[in-house]
Write a protein that binds this ligand. Structure first.
Ligand code: FES
Ligand code: FES
Length: 195
């Protein structure tokens, strides 16, 4: 009887759902998730935002990197319920609505900082977080800042050049790199309203 009760308890816990509400790329999103749902799975499966990639699933490769309140985190090591009420930026939130690439994305394109592209969303998000903290880095600082991301195609030279170019795009700007297009859009809206 005790065993049956224990089994029942475990089954109930396994089916427990918790509502999570957070802001993703400027938009409030809510979903009901299991308490152990990983943020990477929450993004990819519950919100169907598959730009965030999952490689090692244990915090080594950096492919799953997203920004939490502007700072890079491993979404594969983060429970979705732990970010309830917070602000998240994923790679889908970087380009402008008209498809114009974000300066970090453009820099990766310009310098061939990707080959198969699997690691790229993680590198781009890490670069945004890194440049927010280090707007004018030297090469050693870039190497150190990007050291938490792995590229199986080993295209590191292009990646370093890309981050160098992107740093130039944000030099002297008080805007967080991940906010670039949202700020540009607000400014454009303002001009439209004044016209
Ligand atoms: S998938 Fe998260 S660090 Fe590799
Ligand atoms: S471009 Fe292929 S894993 Fe980095």
């Amino acid at each position: 009887m005790t065993a049956t009760h224990g089994t029942t308890t475990r089954t109930a816990a396994a089916h427990e759902r918790v509502e999570v509400t957070l802001t993703v790329n400027g938009t409030p999103r809510t979903a009901s998730v299991a308490p152990r749902r990983l943020l990477s799975d929450f993004l990819r499966h519950d919100l169907e935002m598959t730009g965030t990639h999952v490689g090692c699933e244990h915090g080594v490769c950096g492919a799953c990197t997203v920004l939490l309140d502007g700072a890079p985190i491993r979404s594969c090591l983060t429970f979705a319920i732990s970010v309830d009420g917070r602000e998240l930026t994923t790679v889908e939130g970087l380009a402008a609505d008209d498809g114009t690439l974000h300066p970090v994305q453009q820099a990766f394109r310009d310098h061939h900082g990707l080959q198969c592209g699997f690691c790229t969303p993680g590198f781009v998000m890490s670069a945004c977080g890194f440049l927010a903290e280090n707007p004018d880095p030297d090469e050693d600082q870039i190497r150190e800042g990007m050291a938490g991301n792995l590229c199986r195609c080993t295209g590191y030279a292009g990646i370093l050049d890309a981050v160098k170019q992107a740093a130039g795009a944000f030099a002297g700007s008080a805007t967080h790199p991940c906010e670039q297009h949202r700020v540009d859009a607000d400014a454009t809206d303002g001009h439209d309203r004044e016209a």
